[in-house]
Design a protein around this ligand. Sequence first.
Ligand SMILES: Cc1ncc(COP(=O)(O)O)c(C=O)c1O
Length: 244
Amino acid sequence: MSCNALDRLRSDKTRTVGELSIRTKLLEKAATLDDVILMGRGDPDLPTPKHIIEAAKKAIDNGATHYTHVRGTIELREAIAEKLKRDNNLDYDPENEITVTVGAEEAVFLSLFGILNPGDEVLVPEPRYNSYDEAILMLGGVPKVVKCIPEENFRLTPERLEANISPKTKAISLVNPGNPVGMYDPEQVKELCQIAIKHDLIVISDEIYENIIFDDTPHLSVASIPGMRERTITINGPSKSYMP
Ligand SMILES: Cc1ncc(COP(=O)(O)O)c(C=O)c1O
């Protein structure tokens, strides 16, 4: 992290550097209490399926303990491309359009790293997953929090989105299904995308919860909408979905 970024974090009194934040202290406290539902992390409490555990053990036993290609092994990227085609109607080239990261968290950071210049604004609908703010701030960007209200089911509406766009807006963070507020229906996603196209914005489409849906609403991947592929970075991963 650059000195400037550290200075910025240090001067922000709501954050701490080198000591535990209130959030971490709360997580530690919650871990000692019975019957407390931890709302701080999207950590499904179901066990990882046995075949995944077995495959991981086998890979380690077979010596898969070294560095791989910087974008991830081609076999894994091909499997991801196949999954995106099958489940998400997305066509990505495993050679040069898919990068494997250490969790979606790293993908969030790298995506922003790839697109932001200092002073650029990223619209972040609230309530939200706050890692986006941290990454944007670290890169010298400005997280512009867009408050969404209970009367609108905490959804970002096209009107709210448009009202918060400025000449400095570079991107929107769209987490759908959302953490913590649930699912946009496909029509709402399409309307938001029209605004992104109109204002030439990038959408960081975080689809990591795509399989955690509690009703019949179908999940729509942003990059599958006409006009969106070229302005979308899709983030996904196994940390929420790979349950029995
Ligand atoms: C919306 C969202 N994006 C990304 C992540 C990070 O996922 P991972 O654990 O794969 O790094 C999380 C984790 O809770 C999340 O809720």
